[in-house]
Design a protein around this ligand. Structure first.
Ligand code: SF4
Ligand code: SF4
Length: 188
């Protein structure tokens, strides 16, 4: 048969030796390798019962931040949405009314704030862009979901627990950032 290229390599088909034809030595060799692995240190862990520590630069689920008084930091300026390369963030701004000073730190706030986790690439640019330390990427995963709408995270999913009503939840959500309550020092 004529070859199309000159890359053909003839396969060596040596006749099998008596040991090879018995198969048992090969099976025994394979089982030895299998059993030897039973006594080696297992490199895997039993997730989710056990977890490995995250890298210090891990970027997980976004959190909408509050100040020490529990007021929402976000002023709905839209800079995070503009910075987001995946166009994952949408929001609606509202004016703070008299008597709502304990709820919102600034005169404007985000009445609606949504992040589409199916779009988010966890780049952290929203956190970098925010001048109010209002959004940051936490040390938790966005959990799996069976439905697309389950990945649209609204304020009810993103807002950090109130520091006075749920100090434990607040500290947990802050994670290692608790040591730096002013975030990355990018607040103006
Ligand atoms: S982490 Fe990146 S992709 Fe995700 S919302 Fe923020 S800016 Fe957009
Ligand atoms: S999270 Fe920060 S950047 Fe985004 S709208 Fe709120 S204040 Fe502006």
């Amino acid at each position: 048969m004529q070859a199309l290229t000159n890359r053909i390599k003839p396969v060596s088909r040596k006749p099998m030796s008596i040991w090879e034809r018995m198969y048992l030595p090969a099976i025994f060799k394979g089982m030895t390798i299998t059993f030897s692995h039973m006594f080696k240190k297992v490199p895997t862990i039993r997730y989710p019962e056990k977890t490995r520590p995250f890298s210090p630069v891990f970027r997980g689920l976004q959190i909408l931040n509050r100040d020490e008084e529990g007021r929402e930091n976000c002023t709905a300026c839209g800079l995070c949405a503009v910075a987001c390369p995946a166009e994952a963030i949408t929001m609606e701004a509202a004016e703070r009314k008299p008597g709502e000073e304990h709820l919102y730190r600034e005169e404007k706030y985000a009445a609606k704030y949504e992040i589409n986790m199916l779009r988010c690439i966890f780049c952290g640019l929203c956190e970098e862009a925010c001048p109010k330390d209002a959004v940051y990427l936490s040390e938790t995963f966005a959990p799996a979901n069976y439905q697309r709408k389950g990945f649209i995270y609204g304020k009810e999913n993103l807002l950090i627990p109130h520091p006075k009503e749920d100090p434990e939840g607040f500290a947990k959500a802050r994670g290692s950032r608790a040591a730096h309550p002013e975030g990355h020092g990018n607040e103006h």
